[in-house]
Design a protein around this ligand. Structure first.
Ligand SMILES: [Zn+2]
Length: 345
């Protein structure tokens, strides 16, 4: 009697287990399908990969995409094998020749991306802080963008004044605000990288350092379809490891020699006054995005410098890189020892 009771009990447990397992398999397959679908869409929208090792909560969208009453999720549906090939040609297609891989390997994709997004070699192994041979030309540079609500405003001023500048974008912000990056690029301004996450690079290990260059450069390349040539380290912080990595990644490090500290300036006038006092031929002027005082100062700054005979150019134009007379100009710079240097910045 006891044995029969136990057997009945076991049979019931077994039955429940089968019912429970099949029900939970169907539900989890549907959930995973929904979550993966929405995660892919999110990644495509923001340009950022979905975070690994996290269990996403079921979104309303994922829940809505779950089949109602239909126990078979679409992802496990297999079409009948008989429809795979036309009846008149039942043999499978011939295999590809062995030297042509069916799918490109991940390494070769990385190589191709690296070749497209990064120059083979830097334009200069020095940290560029200004070009005294540039005559009455100066470069306006804007760090820390894109900043929605501000980048558009800065662009409008530059457009109105007919002036080109160089924007050093933070890769992470660029990936989120891709449209702004595209607008800056299509307006003819130059774009450089300002690392991916704006960390102080001198504190990072070599692999993290490389990641900062790689992620920023590829994010910007994907948006602009231009190789990323210039790199401005956050806080201007460099050491031997940062400079070596920049060289390996084909990046030319660009610093500055006029810094009005616009991010802490009490007002627009303080910014304009500082720049007018310290400007010199071939200067690189450091400014930041998203700052009301900087935005307010910008039209005055442009007018006053133009009144002093200065012309605004991009970093490439300031150094003659990529211009018809680039080689000649580069030689002149090599021979000229009086280049501004700014040690420790
Ligand atoms: Zn910065």
């Amino acid at each position: 009697m006891q044995i029969v009771g136990r057997a009945k009990g076991l049979a019931l447990v077994g039955l429940f287990t089968i019912v429970f397992l099949s029900a939970s398999w169907t539900l989890s397959a549907a959930l995973v399908d929904g979550i993966e679908g929405s995660a892919t869409r999110l990644a495509l929208a923001s340009g950022e990969p979905p975070a690994p090792n996290t269990t996403p909560e079921v979104s309303a969208e994922a829940e809505a995409s779950m089949p109602n009453g239909s126990p078979v999720p679409t992802s496990v549906y297999q079409p009948p094998a008989s429809n795979s090939y036309p009846v008149s040609d039942p043999s499978p297609p011939p295999p590809a020749p062995p030297d042509v891989p069916l799918l490109p390997q991940e390494a070769s994709i990385q190589d191709a991306l690296r070749a497209a997004a990064f120059p083979r070699q830097p334009l200069s192994n020095e940290r560029l802080v200004g070009n005294p041979n540039a005559g009455r030309r100066v470069a306006l540079t804007f760090d820390d963008g894109p900043v929605p609500g501000w980048t558009e405003k800065y662009l409008a001023v530059l457009r109105e004044k007919g002036v080109l500048a160089t924007f050093f974008f933070v890769g992470r912000s660029a990936a989120k605000e891709g449209q702004l990056v595209k607008e800056v690029a299509s307006a003819g301004h130059e774009i450089g990288a300002h690392s991916y996450s704006h960390r102080r690079l001198t504190l990072l290990t070599k692999p993290l350092l490389e990641k900062e260059f790689w992620a920023a450069g590829t994010a910007l390349y994907e948006l602009t379809q231009r190789p990323i040539t210039y790199f401005r380290p956050p806080y201007g912080a460099t050491n031997a490891a940062v400079l070596k990595t920049a060289q390996e990644m084909g990046q030319t490090v660009v610093l500055w020699n006029v810094d009005p500290r616009d991010w802490e300036a009490p007002n627009a006038r303080a910014i304009v006054d500082h720049v007018l006092k310290h400007v010199r031929p071939g200067a690189i002027i450091l400014l930041h995005e998203g700052k009301p005082a900087t935005y307010e100062a910008l039209p005055y700054l442009i007018d006053k410098l133009q009144a002093k005979g200065y012309e605004f150019v991009t970093i490439s134009q300031l150094f003659g890189f990529g211009m018809p007379d680039a080689e000649e100009s580069a030689v002149t710079q090599e021979e000229e020892p009086a280049r501004y240097s700014r040690k420790g910045r």
